[in-house]
Design a protein around this ligand. Structure first.
Ligand code: ZN
Length: 431
């Protein structure tokens, strides 16, 4: 019986193989395989990868001799193998620190662009094979995404969100002398529904796959304008509507509950941070099916920086300490209430490549390891509308696969040390 199944499976693989002349097979021998987060891991499995995609998962360690042509075997018999991690909130063009303002003035755009390639690689090497970049320097972000897609440079798969903000709000320039702020004014800042419709369409025109808005004030805006709602309902609704007309979803940064509720009522697909999500917002999250992207790591980072360094202005410092502490304090209750969570760090506020630290914070706040892994794979793929192509190790999906020494289900901190990274069938790290 076993032999028959094997022969049949072989025949299937070989027939698929022979139809593609340049097929390139990789067999991953996985000691423990978590093919579908949320389900139990299996022992002694083989993942069959052909070019960029997974063909199938088979029981046991399948030998290379069962295949014709160019077959590579990756030995991960001592490892825990799982789908590549996904971070739904990064800023690859930026990293917070005492030199931001001076970088903005002195660093050529081209150098910043090269730096983002470096940040992208740090992210990929940490096991994050897909990220949603929620913006900073847009043309550079789109260029990095396209260069990675074309295989010109290495990096994670980037889903790029163009920012739309309002004058003086979080998302508009702040903290500089008036002449510099005027110079840095962008056409993506809008006022009123029609103008925000224009800004949304413009962002899509130049390459945005998502729209990122800021319905409330933000911690790193250098103005004492709080963290409550800033965008008006008519603006929020118009952004979501004009984005949807062109097939784009909207993510909204939001801290206070009034702005979370307004954004959810307008129809956004995800709330970023969601610090003060209360009962009314939880109800709306469940009604709309929107995801919360918690970014606890950002909260912890700004809180630590506010207390340990002196580069923050008084306005930023005050918000960092309050919001940073509250984010962590409130998250557990929101998770326990059944809000859908998609993994996101706000890397760029935190250090690029430390994306897995978010998992430790989520765990500390009371989220089980199994659910954290789901949030960083299946849920993230669902939020992106990419469940058909990424998020699990199953036939037909991109071979985005990572390996670590021990099981993160037993010890979530194992995620901090990813030893093997494959993205789209290409091995980027194997140590
Ligand atoms: Zn952010």
């Amino acid at each position: 019986m076993k032999q028959k199944t094997l022969a049949l499976a072989c025949a299937l693989v070989i027939s698929a193989f022979t139809t593609i002349a340049s097929a390139n097979i990789t067999l991953i021998h996985a000691g423990k395989l978590l093919a579908v987060p949320g389900e139990a891991p299996a022992s002694g499995q083989t993942v069959v990868v052909e070019n960029q995609k997974i063909v199938e998962v088979r029981d046991g360690y399948v030998s290379a001799s069962e295949f014709d042509g160019d077959v590579r075997v990756v030995n991960l018999k001592d490892s825990f193998v799982m789908p590549g991690l996904m971070d739904m909130h990064v800023h690859l063009q930026f990293e917070l620190g005492p030199h931001n303002d001076i970088d903005e003035l002195k660093m050529p755009t081209q150098v910043m662009q090269m730096r983002s390639v470096h940040y992208g690689m740090k992210t990929l090497m940490a096991g994050f094979t897909t990220v949603r970049d929620v913006g900073s320097s847009e043309q550079e972000m789109y260029a990095l995404r396209d260069a990675i897609d074309n295989g010109w440079v290495d990096g994670p798969r980037i889903i790029a969100a163009g920012g739309v903000g309002i004058t003086g709000g979080h998302g508009d320039v702040s903290g500089l002398a008036p002449q510099w702020m005027e110079l840095l004014d962008t056409p993506n800042v809008c006022n009123g529904p029609y103008d925000c419709r224009r800004a949304t369409r413009r962002s899509i025109k130049f390459g945005a796959e998502w729209i990122k808005i800021t319905s409330t004030g933000g911690v790193l805006t250098d103005r004492a304008t709080g963290t409550g709602q800033q965008m008006e309902m008519d603006e929020l609704k118009e952004v979501v509507r004009s984005a949807a007309r062109m097939g784009r979803k909207v993510a909204s940064h939001a801290h206070q509950e009034d702005g979370i509720i307004a954004a959810l009522e307008a129809g956004v697909a995800s709330i970023e941070h969601g610090t003060y999500t209360g009962k009314a917002a939880i109800k709306l999250f469940k009604k709309t099916g929107a995801y919360l992207v918690p970014t606890l790591l950002a909260g912890e980072t700004v809180k630590r920086m506010a207390m340990e360094s002196d580069f923050m202005s008084p306005a930023i410092k005050q918000k960092s300490i309050t919001v940073g502490a509250d984010m962590m304090k409130n998250f557990g209750a929101v998770y326990n209430a059944g809000v859908k969570i998609a993994y996101g760090t706000d890397s760029g506020v935190s250090i690029h490549g430390t994306n897995a630290e978010e998992a430790l914070l989520m765990h500390e706040a009371g989220m089980p390891a199994e659910e954290i892994l789901v949030s960083a794979t299946i849920n993230a793929a669902d939020l992106l509308g990419m469940s058909d192509s990424i998020g699990t190790i199953e036939g037909g999906k991109y071979a985005d696969i990572i390996a670590i020494d021990g099981s993160p289900l037993d010890n979530i901190a194992e995620l901090l040390d990813v030893d093997f990274v494959m993205k789209g069938g290409k091995v980027y790290k194997n140590q």
